[in-house]
Design a protein around this ligand. Sequence first.
Ligand code: FPP
Length: 277
Amino acid sequence: MPLVHATGIDKKHQDRLKQSGAIPVHIAVIMDGNGRWAKRRGLPRIAGHNEGVNSVRDIVEACGQLGVQYLTLYAFSTENWKRPKDEVSLLMRLLLRALRDERDRLHQNEVRLKAVGDIDALPSDVREELLKAIEMMRNNTGLTLNLALSYSGRWDLTGAMRRLAQDVRAGVVHPETINEATIAQYLSTREFPDPDLLIRTSGEHRISNFLLWELAYSEMVFADEYWPSFRRKHLYAAVADFQKRERRYGMVSEQVQQPRFAPAQYVERFLKSVAKL
Ligand code: FPP
């Protein structure tokens, strides 16, 4: 349980969401619009990234309180290395500072930190700080916060294909046994369930090389706010939107409305309603 609990009207919003439907187990976020947020205010782009860290803090806390189990944030893509050198360098400094400043607070709130991406490509001080924080939070049991850093979906799929091909050549894997689960096992996201909900901010409607394999059946919510303005009330709106969707996984409505096995959250709600009688 997170140490910082929701209070007042915020708690009411959270309780209402917990009652109105399933809370997504895994939320993935494309945090877009930092530059435009800053430009609108006549500020340098880095000011947008800076304010974006405050949004990260708020969303991480709210997700922990809501009972979201996994939150994957697209913090730096493979393509972001092509940005002007100064911006890349400032982003890396910001990441380093955020890791140092937030580490203890995250740890106290039982957050388990993880990362996916080409971590070796990060500057050594950022990499060391990241690995230190991951190690420190290794045994925490709250929200898993997964940072996608120097990550792209195609980068991950390419690496997975290479490792799989090597295992085929070594005779460890037989081509005829390869199925979807095999491929998923070769991805850097292998330990996480696929996202239930993808949120992209800033009004853009693209996946931008994020979690290409894992988003196959995710619900998508596109929010108009720039990331630095995206706070918990926008998250709650996205989750409420998610709860209205019917996830059919290629089946028909009747099949998914009468599941053979009740998902855990429905069982929990049923038991709670019986307990109230
Ligand atoms: C996209 O906005 C945002 C990024 C490339 C970086 C995101 C980084 C942070 C929010 C800060 C650090 C993160 C953590 C996890 C502490 P953009 O620059 O593409 O905006 P634009 O599309 O308006 O130009």
